[in-house]
Design a protein around this ligand. Structure first.
Ligand SMILES: [Zn+2]
Ligand SMILES: [Zn+2]
Length: 721
């Protein structure tokens, strides 16, 4: 009797057993169609001994409906799925779903119809047709995509098809990507880069698990260094995964990659079109996608022959997924390297304390790049004490900082002002009645955006036009902006230095790879004098004429009492400071602060990274915080406040009593209302010896909730709201 156990993609169900029909061949990892009641669900054949299931008698088993035409998930990926589910207290199905992330790819080979210009003209020309013909020169895509490119309706293009000006082309959905060539261009490396590159390349050659921490100062050429082991993997016909934190801003990276390897890498991120997704997914699973550059979700792609994993800017908090399965891509990447038996390089100028600790305890090999490439010097850093050097009334920049920008203007150099706050002002209130504009769905103030003249919530996306009269008291023109956002700083620069050309760089203005490319080109062409930006500009950019960085409010990140606040501030300021003086001209950094003596600020000003890390380490050790102890949070939420509170209290009533494990709560979460859901929270702090996941799983397993209640577990949380 031929039966298999399947992990079906339904988090509410355990593994299910099925009969393998006559003539069907399936082994572990095969992606199959399973009957479930009247429906068919996708499942993955799993080793029966690894999944506890109920033994259904053979005569009751239903037969599998079919095997999907994709390679089976490898044993290494199946182990990664098991580990991730276990570690992050998630269901196997929800993790497995991340590995089957393209519905189109699972359907097998396919073709699609694209269109291109024939060179012919329509009998009757209209302005729209003319515009389309001009815009579509050299383009080939679906009608819908072409309509987007040309900025006309699909109807206009269908008209052009009927007139023979556009012709259909049958395209293989899975056509191969242009090959990256390991020896396309040799790059001159410094001695320190060469030494590091050789270590990584040897590790690729050995094809065994080896975790590295590449600790290189900003501007030291980390990317070019890890391109060498990438080339080594290509020579061995092994695949490479490079994880980047902000996939929308990879322009600069892609450009360097293409120059080095002669072809772009394969991209993977959430805004790919479904056709691009299926093409990338199938190429990855068949082994023909050589180098995949992706956001954290690329971590679960079914690589056929993985040879190397690189996590660039590994300290970035955006590697932490905050919804669904709350995993940290940096840590899961190391585990994938372990299961795949390949080296993993975590690259950063400001490594997370956890990563440094792993290096110190000998688990990661630490490779240093202590100096900048090409002899560029690290920038000088000075603080501006805002309690002494007060900006003028109603303004936010101290005179010394404005003078610095002015001096750059005169020399034709560029400045960057960093403030991690989008919009014009973080809080808007009524001068007449004091009403503060708050999001209806969240415990958060609405942020004024002057570019669009709207009030917006940065948590849920709620937006409304800025009211002309107060919505509370009806008084006209009485809204007051409180505090600065980047737009307000840009206004101030324009007012105090009218000759400066200012660009506001945030996720509002750089919201696509195209916009980001335009921004980079404008800065490189010296069409911008002052960039005012959020954390988006802290990394990746390399502008040789940028010689001054001003941090508008270095204390901002220290508010809020988050356990990583000090570290995050240090990383952010060090990263943005690293944008200064990357060419032949020296860089200067001015930090505006009200607390020049705070340990983080003092360490930044002194350029003393070790002092910062050792102070931070001691603080964490005393607090039992990671990496010395462990944190977890449980968030209980519902659209109904009473329902959420009752569920939290019910869970609280079953609170386990475990030695060396402290459970706080339930209490309203700091964001007590988020996207229309009321939230209550438990915080758990445990010694490393505690089996934290097991404690939580057993605790929660026994308790049922109404369907409107969600219980989310966050292991090693980054967000404490
Ligand atoms: Zn009012
Ligand atoms: Zn909101």
């Amino acid at each position: 009797m031929n039966r298999v156990r399947c992990l079906v993609l339904n988090a509410a169900l355990g593994p299910l057993d099925y009969k393998v029909p006559e003539g069907m061949v399936v082994g572990p990892g095969a992606v199959v169609e399973c009957p479930l009641g009247p429906r068919t669900v996708i499942g993955i054949v799993w080793e029966a001994e690894r999944l506890a299931g109920t033994e259904v008698p053979a005569e009751k088993l239903r037969p599998l409906r079919g095997v999907l035409p994709v390679p089976p998930l490898s044993a290494a990926l199946r182990r990664l799925i098991e580990w991730t589910a276990d570690y992050y207290v998630a269901s196997l199905a929800s993790v497995a779903r991340m590995a089957l992330s393209s519905g189109g790819a699972l359907k097998g080979p396919a073709t699609m119809t694209e269109y291109r210009l024939t060179g012919g003209l329509p009998e009757r020309m209209t302005p729209q047709r003319e515009a389309a013909l001009g815009a579509l020169e050299g383009e080939q895509a679906t009608i819908r995509e072409l309509a987007g490119i040309a900025g006309v309706s699909e109807g206009v293009l269908r008209g052009l098809v009927n007139h023979g000006a556009l012709e259909p082309v049958e395209v293989d959905c899975d056509r191969p990507y242009p090959p990256a060539r390991p020896d396309f261009v040799e790059i001159a490396l410094s001695a320190q880069q060469r030494e590091a590159a050789d270590i990584f390349s040897n590790a690729v050659r050995k094809a065994e698990f080896a975790p590295f921490l590449l600790d290189g100062v900003t501007g030291s050429g980390k990317t070019e260094t890890y391109f060498e082991p990438v080339a080594q993997a290509l020579r061995m016909e092994r695949q490479v995964l490079v994880l980047l934190p902000e996939i929308a801003l990879t322009e600069n990276f892609l450009h360097r990659f293409e120059e080095r390897f002669g072809a772009p890498p394969v991209l993977w991120h959430s805004s790919l079109k479904s056709t691009e997704r299926r093409r990338a997914y199938r190429a990855v699973s068949e082994g023909s996608a050589q180098v995949v550059v992706g956001a954290r979700s690329a971590l679960f792609l079914p690589f056929a022959r993985l040879g190397l994993i690189v996590v660039d800017e590994a300290h970035e908090t955006s590697f932490k997924q905050e919804e669904g399965v709350r995993y940290n891509a940096r840590d899961v990447a190391v585990m994938r390297g372990h299961f795949e038996q390949v080296p993993v390089v975590l690259a950063s100028a400001t490594p997370a304390l956890e990563s440094l600790q792993m290096a110190e305890s000998g688990i990661y090999a630490k490779i240093d790049l202590p100096s900048r490439y090409g002899g560029a010097q690290m920038p000088t850093i000075e603080t501006i004490d805002l309690t002494e050097e007060k900006p003028p009334q109603g303004m936010w920049l101290a005179q010394r900082l404005v003078d610095g920008i002015e001096a750059r203007l005169e020399r034709g150099e560029q400045s960057l002002l960093f403030l991690n706050r989008r919009g014009y002002a973080p809080l808007t209130l009524c001068r007449n009645c004091g009403f503060r504009y708050q999001c209806p769905n969240c415990s958060a103030w609405l942020v004024e955006h002057r570019f669009t003249n709207r009030l917006a919530c940065h948590h849920c996306g709620h937006e409304a036009p800025a009211p002309k009269t107060c919505t509370e008291c009806g008084e006209p023109d009485c809204l007051v902006a409180c505090g600065p956002g980047v737009e307000r700083i840009a206004d101030e620069v324009a007012e105090r230095l009218p000759q400066a050309r200012v660009f506001v760089a945030t996720s509002d203005t750089l919201n696509s790879p195209g916009r980001a490319a335009e921004f980079i080109a404008a800065v490189e062409a010296r069409e911008v004098d002052v960039i005012v930006g959020t954390q988006l500009v802290t990394k990746g950019f390399h502008f040789p004429e940028l010689t001054l960085v001003g941090v508008v409010d270095a204390d901002l990140g220290l508010e809020g009492g988050d356990l990583r606040a000090g570290e995050r501030t240090y990383q952010q300021v060090a990263q943005v400071a690293g944008r200064a003086g990357r060419g032949s001209k020296p860089g200067e950094v001015l930090l505006q602060t009200r607390h020049p003596d705070a340990p983080v600020i003092a360490a930044l000003a002194a350029g003393d990274r070790d002092a910062f890390y050792s102070a931070e380490t001691e603080m964490r050790r005393e607090a039992g915080a990671p990496p010395f102890g462990r944190w977890a949070s449980i968030i209980i939420s519902s659209e109904d406040d009473a329902e959420a509170r009752e569920a939290a209290n019910r869970i609280g009533a079953f609170r386990p009593d475990v030695a060396e494990c402290m459970i706080l709560g339930p209490a309203p979460a700091p964001m007590a209302l988020l996207r229309g859901r009321y939230r209550y929270r438990f915080l758990i702090n445990a010694r490393r010896s505690v089996q934290l996941q097991q404690v939580i799983r057993r605790w929660l397993a026994a308790i049922d909730h109404p369907p409107g209640v969600r219980v989310a577990v966050d292991i090693d949380p980054y967000s404490f709201v």
